[in-house]
Design a protein around this ligand. Structure first.
Ligand code: FPP
Length: 221
């Protein structure tokens, strides 16, 4: 059976979920946070050590201002309201992405959240915020003096974190959208038609069971 260290998520479909209900795209994002919380809880029970969620991409700045502001506010409020809860659940938080481009108050709360959860051990949750894989790779190249795989990889946002074994993308599209391009080289990819707010722990369990039975070759036979 394959060991499962890391599951990464592209949480697509929030906007459509809200629109389908006549409540607008932002309502879908709000419901998306509930799904994220539930998935973290079930992953702790399933003993999955690492999760990564694609929360806000470097391309998401192209969205309408109203939606961008809502999303960034949602992240801020989430951390203000939930940080004690996150800490008590034993969650270690990590942020990937260019947070220096975010507002000072959001940056402050993100940094504080990482600091007060840094000794937690039940699960590591990485949130990719203002993240784009191509930027991450270029930045890592610039930082690496003598290029070899090992020296380059420690300059990626993932540093010493094991790479995803599974990528789950909801929402019906089968693409990577500039997410962890380097790190997903050997991941098993699962694309679901379901929209993110409808994704649940039983979907996750089914994928984990399928993953455990896959023969992973890494180029060998
Ligand atoms: C993609 O769906 C989803 C996003 C760009 C945002 C995901 C963010 C959250 C679930 C909120 C996370 C918040 C915290 C606090 C960590 P889409 O908007 O592209 O949906 P569509 O494909 O239906 O348009």
């Amino acid at each position: 059976m394959n060991t499962l260290n890391h599951v990464a998520f592209i949480m697509d479909g929030n906007g459509r979920w809200g629109q389908k209900r006549g409540k607008g795209r932002n309502y879908g994002h709000l419901k998306g946070v509930d799904t994220l919380k539930k998935i973290v809880k079930s992953s702790i029970k399933l003993k999955i050590p690492i999760l990564t969620f694609f929360v806000f991409s470097s391309e998401n700045w192209r969205r309408p201002k109203k939606e961008i502001n809502y999303l960034l506010k949602l992240i801020k409020i989430y951390f203000i309201k939930e940080i004690e809860n996150i800490k008590n659940q034993g969650i270690k938080l990590n942020i990937f992405g260019e947070i220096k481009k975010l507002s000072p108050d959001l940056r402050k709360i993100l940094k504080k959240s990482m600091l007060i959860t840094k000794k937690n051990k039940s699960i590591t949750v990485n949130l990719a915020i203002n993240y784009g894989s191509k930027n991450e790779i270029i930045n890592a190249f610039k930082k690496t003096k003598k290029i070899n795989k090992k020296k380059f990889e420690i300059n990626l946002d993932t540093k010493n974190i094991k790479y995803p074994d599974i990528l789950i993308r909801t929402g019906g599209h089968q693409r990577l959208s500039n997410f962890m391009l380097w790190q997903l080289a050997y991941a098993e990819l699962f694309f679901l038609k379901k929209l993110w707010p409808d994704f649940n722990s039983s979907d996750l369990k089914k994928i984990v069971r399928k993953f455990q039975k896959i023969k992973r070759n890494y180029g060998s036979v």
